[in-house]
Design a protein around this ligand. Structure first.
Ligand SMILES: Nc1nc2c(ncn2[C@@H]2O[C@H](COP(=O)(O)OP(=O)(O)OP(=O)(O)O)[C@@H](O)[C@H]2O)c(=O)[nH]1
Length: 367
């Protein structure tokens, strides 16, 4: 759960970074486009008054700043496409076509930066949507051209204008197709990354789990003990262990078969897990030996836990299904002592277990 939340937070951060990068690129495209328009205006190539130009610039930059604000606050985060690529490209179409309308001599050149905008949104829009956008932009160009021709047809050459429109439409479609491929590649990469992350998660799980019971394995239990030991040193958090061993397990295998032995081990694992407190750890050390790690516990507390487990397990019977009548268990209990190493703690718990076995089994002993 904690790991999932961490993953979700990581995804959220990377999505946010992508959104911000997206909005920065949009800003750069519009800044360059504005610069180009200023140059054309200064050189007298734009058929527009200063007031009209200023109003348009205000509209263009006002909308862009509103977009930047949306991206910075992350309010669009819950949407399917938080970068709002479709509205963004429609905005770009509007900006470029309006500017193109005012520049007769260099109409095609003033809309060239539109192709960068197409490339930008291709990271987010599917191939089909990209092609639809390219057609929409070509139609918008045709409309803009028609309006310009209506206004200033005496100055314009229809064939040159139509040729430029054709070039624009062809480049737009080819950018859309290339962008669609980029998008597919990106999707494939995202899928591959997800598969890889799942595989890594699975491998990690396999590395810390015991095959038969699904419990933590010895290696992971030792890691947990080292962590608890560090917590004891830094924050004086006490902990104790219960070294659990099923009694006369060899006889179960010998009399009822190995499958029955496995079945008993699995059933014991389930029973022990079902009675555990949150924060406790339980795993299989190997064979018929298990370990309970109890943070915040002293020896007496751990002894109570061990006895409760022993008595609950004693109630289990398997003879009705052809297995052993009952399987008892013995436990060695030890609380961590300052300065002790993990292997020394385990040895002490093992001594407790030895005493429990020597005392007739089916009991718990503190060491
Ligand atoms: N079925 C099964 N048996 C296992 C597994 N791992 C170990 N064993 C068996 O568990 C038995 C353990 O035997 P011993 O170490 O003599 O212990 P015990 O018979 O429980 O005797 P005490 O511990 O003295 O009560 C051995 O026969 C192992 O082969 C396993 O994964 N499945």
């Amino acid at each position: 759960m904690k790991h999932d939340l961490h993953q979700a937070e990581k995804l959220r951060l990377s999505e946010k970074r992508l959104m911000q990068r997206h909005s920065r690129s949009a800003m750069v495209i519009i800044a360059m486009h504005t610069l180009l328009c200023v140059v054309y205006f200064q050189l007298g190539y734009m058929d527009i008054s200063l007031t009209e130009a200023l109003v348009l610039a205000l509209l263009v930059w006002g909308s862009l700043l509103a977009y930047q604000l949306l991206m910075a606050t992350g309010v669009t985060f819950r949407l399917r496409e938080p970068s709002l690529s479709l509205p963004l490209i429609l905005y770009f179409i509007g900006v470029f076509m309006v500017s193109g309308y005012y520049v007769d001599e260099f109409r095609l050149s003033v809309v060239t930066l539109f192709f960068s905008a197409l490339l930008l949104v291709s990271f987010r829009l599917s191939g089909k949507v990209m092609v639809a956008v390219a057609f929409m932009a070509s139609a918008a160009y045709a409309l803009m051209l028609w309006l310009a021709l209506l206004d200033r047809w005496v100055h314009l050459s229809l064939s040159v204008e139509l040729l430029q429109w054709l070039v624009f439409a062809m480049i737009s479609v080819s950018f859309a197709v290339t962008g669609g491929s980029i998008n597919r590649l990106r999707d494939a990469l995202v899928d591959k990354n997800r598969d890889l992350a799942n595989a890594v998660k699975k491998v990690r799980e396999m590395a810390i789990r015991d095959d038969l019971t699904g419990l933590f394995n010895r290696r992971h239990l030792l890691e947990i003990l080292e962590r608890q030991r560090a917590l004891f040193s830094s924050k004086s958090v006490p902990f104790a262990v219960c070294y659990v061993d099923l009694d006369h397990f060899k006889k179960i295998n010998d009399r009822h078969g190995h499958d029955w032995g496995d079945r008993v081990l699995r059933q014991f694992s389930e029973l022990a897990l079902s009675g555990m407190r949150d924060g406790d750890h339980f795993g299989r050390l190997g064979g018929e030996e298990f370990l309970l790690v109890l943070p915040q516990s002293d020896a007496q507390g751990a002894l109570l836990v061990a006895e409760r487990l022993r008595l609950r397990w004693r109630e289990q019977r398997f003879d009705a299904q052809g297995g052993p009548a009952i399987v008892s268990l013995s436990v060695g209990v030890a609380a961590y002592q300052e300065g002790e190493r993990v292997d020394e703690l385990l040895n002490r718990a093992d001594q407790g277990l030895y005493r429990a076995k020597a005392g007739g089994r089916d009991q718990s002993r503190v060491a």
